[in-house]
Design a protein around this ligand. Structure first.
Ligand code: NAD
Length: 247
C-alpha cells in the first residue's frame, strides 16, 4: 500500500469514469481528496454515490476555462488544508468526426478543455507547490497522443499538447522539487466504452496484445504510483497504460 496520509489531492473530471476511480484509489490510500466536476449536479451526485460507499470527499465545480474562478477555488482549498500535494488534470472530452465535418468551434472547445484548462489549474496550484518545494502534477493523456486516430482531429491534437506540456513543465519545475508526469490510457472501460455492443468490443480486444480493455483502476493505479514518493525520481514521462495497444 502507498500511504497518502496527510496529503491533499485534487482530481479534475473526478465525477465519473477514470477520474472517479482515481478519487476512490487515493481515498483507499488515506489521501484527502477533492474532486472537480463540470457542474453542481454531477458533483453532488458523485459525492452522494461515494458517501453510499462510505467514502467522504469534497467537490467543486469552477469553470476550468476561467482562470480567476479556478484560482479562487484553489486558494479556498489551500486556506482550508494548508497544502496541495498532488494535482491530477484529468477532465477531458474526445471527438470522432472527420475534419471536414468538424467546426472551428468544436475544435476550439476540445482544445480549451483538454489543454487550456490543464494550464489554468496547474498555474493556480504551482505557487503553493513552489512555496512548499514539493508537489506532483499528473495529466491524463491518451494512447492517441502517440499514434493519432483516423478522425476527431482535435482529440489527438490536444493530447499531443498534453504530452508537450508535461515534458516541458517537468523541466521548468524540477528545480522546485515539483514533478510532472502524464498517463496515456488505451481504451478504458468507462461508461461510454462499457455500453458498446459486443460486436464492437471484441474486434477491438483482438488488437490489444494483453487481450483486454483497460479498467479505470488500471489508470488510477498508475496515478497512485506516479503521485507517490515511490516515483520521486520520475518526472517528464508519459506512461502508457494500454495493454500494449498500438493503434
Ligand atoms: P468521462 O466522460 O467518463 O469523464 C470525463 C470527466 O471530465 C467527467 O468527470 C466530467 O465532469 C469532466 N468534464 C467534462 N467536461 C468538462 C468541463 N467542460 N469542465 C469540467 N469538467 C469536465 O471520461 P473518461 O473516459 O473517464 O476520461 C477521463 C480522461 O481520460 C479524459 O482526459 C480522456 O481524454 C482520457 N482518456 C480516456 C480514455 C477512455 O478510453 N475512456 C482513453 C484515453 C484517455
Amino acid at each position: 500500500m502507498i500511504n497518502y496520509e496527510g496529503k491533499v489531492v485534487i482530481v479534475t473530471g473526478g465525477t465519473r469514469g477514470i477520474g472517479l476511480e482515481t478519487v476512490k484509489a487515493f481515498k483507499e490510500n488515506n489521501a484527502k481528496v477533492i474532486l472537480f466536476g463540470s457542474k453542481q449536479e454531477t458533483v453532488s451526485t458523485a459525492i452522494e454515490k461515494l458517501k453510499e460507499e462510505n467514502i467522504e470527499v469534497e467537490g467543486y465545480y469552477p469553470n476550468l476555462n476561467n482562470f480567476e474562478e479556478v484560482e479562487k477555488t484553489i486558494s479556498e482549498i489551500y486556506k482550508k488544508y494548508g497544502r496541495i500535494d498532488v494535482l491530477i488534470n484529468n477532465a477531458g472530452i474526445s471527438a470522432n468526426k472527420t475534419i471536414d465535418n468538424t467546426t472551428c468551434e468544436e475544435f476550439e472547445k476540445i482544445m480549451k478543455l483538454n489543454v487550456n484548462a490543464m494550464f489554468n489549474v496547474s498555474k493556480a496550484v504551482i505557487p503553493y507547490m513552489k512555496e512548499a518545494k514539493n508537489g506532483v502534477i499528473l495529466n491524463t493523456s491518451s494512447m492517441v497522443s502517440k499514434y493519432g486516430q483516423p478522425a476527431g482531429i482535435g482529440y489527438p491534437t490536444s493530447k499531443f499538447a498534453v504530452n508537450g506540456f508535461t515534458v516541458s513543465l517537468a523541466r521548468e519545475l524540477a528545480p522546485f522539487n515539483i514533478r510532472v508526469n502524464a498517463v496515456a490510457p488505451g481504451i478504458t472501460k468507462t461508461d461510454m466504452v462499457a455500453s458498446l455492443p459486443k460486436e464492437t468490443i471484441e474486434p477491438l480486444i483482438k488488437t490489444i496484445p494483453l487481450a483486454r480493455i483497460g479498467e479505470p483502476r488500471d489508470i488510477a493505479n498508475a496515478f497512485l504510483f506516479l503521485g507517490s514518493d515511490m516515483a520521486s525520481y520520475i518526472s517528464g514521462v508519459v506512461l502508457s497504460v494500454d495493454g500494449l495497444a498500438r493503434a
